[in-house]
Design a protein around this ligand. Structure first.
Ligand code: ATP
Ligand code: MG
Length: 344
């Protein structure tokens, strides 16, 4: 399937999964792949962790003010930490082919909400006074609804072709995404209810919002991914995209080769210990890849969604070069997806 068409199926993509499975890495790769086909992308990061910036060669976490991660003319790193951020959050979003990113916390979202509702002058004072803590105690879920309300606003304003939301780890993500329907049941009327209703509407419309579950090809992550995906579908009514298998490793026929023959072909004489070590390493790797294959098959049975597989890179961290490799793998995997069947 065409990458641009695939990305454009929905404006907001929520990248979700268990802690540490690669949500931020997949967010970075997806944004890169989308920008490469000319889409404008806004990444929203919620937790202020440094991983997203690092994938684009920035040190430190992405902040409230939007920053350029991929500029229009270059795939080179965006501005470094010393560069000034774009002055104010612009009403318009990134141009085609660019990736911008911003952090969005409940306080940020409240500040913007108050400003948008004519309370600009007092909004900073109100927020810094900790009013949100008081309100959040009285109205559980309000934090999540504020953040998702802002995401909805970005989506409605069509600030970017694609909004990629780097979601919190599964447990928190479930609360994050179910809060709006909880509030909708609890609030009789007023702005909280209408905000919650708008968020639920966004989450349940596959033309506007989808989840991209991410997992590793390992036992626990696969079990959790399947369970969480069904829960999200049932409890939030959100549409699931394909599942991303991060750190995938394909079976390697070379691992069945005879060690002695390979050594002889390479003109190397193996002594006893070297031979033993090579055979042990070969067996270890063969078993590891067998487990990967097993888990990927199990995932297909337990969570029957198309799979997008991206490789494990043997690298200490994910920087721009690694991100480019993963984005390319993701694009190829999307290209292999069948075209959707046209409605009759
Ligand atoms: N395909 C990959 N190949 C190699 N390393 C990877 C790959 N994907 C992720 N990593 C590494 O695994 C670690 C976890 O990845 P990442 O931060 O993207 O996960 P996460 O799901 O966002 O974690 P958290 O739940 O803490 O936000 C990071 O150190 C990252 O560099
Ligand atoms: Mg992360």
């Amino acid at each position: 399937m065409d990458v641009g068409a695939w990305c454009s199926q929905s404006r907001v993509w929520v990248v979700a999964g268990k802690g540490g499975v690669g949500k931020t890495t997949v967010t970075a790769a997806l944004a890169t792949a989308a920008a490469a086909v000319g889409l404008s992308v806004l990444v929203i990061e919620l937790e202020g962790k440094p991983g997203l910036g690092a994938a684009f060669d920035r040190t430190g976490p992405v902040d409230y003010e939007p920053v350029v991660l991929i500029g229009r003319d270059t795939e080179a790193p965006g501005p470094g930490p010393a560069d000034p951020p774009l002055s104010e959050p612009r009403p318009s979003g990134p141009p085609p082919g660019e990736v911008w990113a911003r952090r969005l916390t409940p306080d940020d979202a409240l500040l913007e909400y108050l400003s948008d509702h004519g309370l600009h002058r007092v909004s900073r004072r109100l927020v810094s006074s900790g009013v949100l803590d008081v309100v959040a105690t009285a109205v559980p879920g309000i934090r999540d609804v504020l953040v998702l309300g802002k995401v909805k606003q970005v989506e409605r304003a069509a600030m970017a072709d694609m909004v990629v939301l780097d979601a919190p780890a599964t447990g928190h993500a479930m609360t994050f995404l179910t809060s709006a329907s909880g509030l909708l049941d609890a609030a009789r009327g007023g702005p909280v209810r209408s905000q919650a209703a708008d968020v639920v509407e966004l989450l349940q419309d596959p033309a506007r919002c989808r989840v991209l579950p991410v997992t590793l090809p390992e036992e626990m992550p696969v079990s959790e991914a399947a369970e969480a995906a069904f829960q999200l579908e049932d409890r939030v009514g959100i549409h699931l995209g394909p599942v991303v298998v991060n750190c995938y490793e394909a079976p390697d026929p070379a691992l069945d080769a005879d060690v002695d023959r390979v050594a002889a072909d390479a003109g190397v004489q193996l002594d006893g210990p070297a031979r033993q070590a090579l055979v042990a390493a070969q067996e270890f790797r063969r078993r590891r890849l067998h487990l990967v294959a097993e888990q990927v098959e199990r995932l297909a049975r337990e969570l029957p969604l198309p799979q997008l597989r991206i490789p494990r890179l043997y690298t200490p961290s994910i920087g721009p070069a690694e991100r480019a490799i993963l984005a390319d793998a993701l694009s190829r995997s999307v290209a292999d997806l069948p075209d959707p069947v046209a409605a009759p």
